[in-house]
Design a protein around this ligand. Sequence first.
Ligand code: ATP
Ligand code: MG
Length: 428
Amino acid sequence: MTRSSAPRGTRDIVDLDVRAFRRLEERAGERFAAYGYEEIRTPSFENADLFSRAVGDTTDIVEKEMYLFEDRGGRPLALRPEGTAGVVRAYLEHGWDQTCPTKKLWYGGPMFRAERPQAGRYREFWQIGGECFGNPSPQADAETLLLVRDILATAGLTNGVRFLVNSIGCSVCRPVYRDVLKNYLEARKSDLCENCVRRIDRNPLRALDCKGDGPRLDDAPLMADHLCEACRLHRDEAYSLLQSVSFPFEEAPRLVRGLDYYTRTVFEVTAPSQGSQDSIGAGGRYDGLVKLLGGPETPAVGFALGIDRVARALQAQGFTPPAVPKIFVAQAGIGTTPVAFTLAQKLRTFVEGGRMPPVEMGASTKSLKAQFRAADSWGADWLVLVGEEELKKGNVVLKDLRRHAQEEIPLAQVADRLFNRVSVEPKL
Ligand code: ATP
Ligand code: MG
């Protein structure tokens, strides 16, 4: 019989990866709370038109990458390719635009895009993101960047992280710039890829973001030279707030985002050791999106971090999850099972250094030798042997498997010995 494998572009998150994921998710949850965000969990699929409206039907995501399907009632649905559209939909569906217009929401979960899989690029990948509604001030833009840095730093990622920031203007100044850029691209049509040529009219900014053409368009006109007065002021204030807290950002005048709903501030976060997939997160202001989805004019700013890529960057920097000693309880002989069972249960209530050490039990159906093998393959650090002979004296054997030492101690003292880290003297 052939064994099944995970679908192309997907994978199981295991071992160090899963620990890095969890660390990031836990730290992010704490940092979001500190910045006044509430958690939201939206569905993994939505009505397909939500994404074509919100993300824009001239983006790669909607044009090429969405998983589209119909349910049994023939409704067109899509697996979510990103989180913002669903959060905005929820913001409006719950009437928060009326009852609580300034709301901060964060989410985490899998996203789905039918991309060509490569290292750091998957068809199911994970994001953590935040959306801050109702604050038009550049403070919100600056605070969002601080939050992103804070999350990464508390998860342990600081080395080589870069924050690239730009402004892509608003509905007043961007159309003017678009025309200037369009003319520039028209003149270079023969140099551009098929996609960029096709999008010259509807979405010329995308050419700057194109993986192939973007880097070659190094003399393209820049949005920075075409910002209106209000956008320039907004950008300058955001930058000076960041400078006031010595936030190390870099101006990136050619940065545009793949998603159409951004206005003014856009940013990208990169980390080394990611090869061509060095973007670990992105975000910005999207003052037009809530209205686009049928709500009132509502300023908003948000971001998403790619957890898979942050986890890779953490590991590239030598992330090793803190070692928590593992305890294995083995049993041998008549009457030892209930004692071993109760002991394991008791040990599971202890905390050592703020963490709960994992406790595992040998199966009563297995020989002692087989239980030792199980302890070994599980990676146990300590083994408590509840043996019939020792038990008659009220004792058990405590084995320090790392140092190959063992000692007979009273059953009642096991927890004290393990959790006060009293080392046993070698008696071999
Ligand atoms: P890229 O340019 O790498 O395709 P993107 O512009 O499509 O990224 P966003 O839509 O802004 O990315 O998503 C935010 C973050 O989500 C990215 O910075 C990245 O870390 C992560 N991400 C996006 N697509 C994938 C993917 N297919 N696999 C893993 N992570 C991804
Ligand atoms: Mg992409």
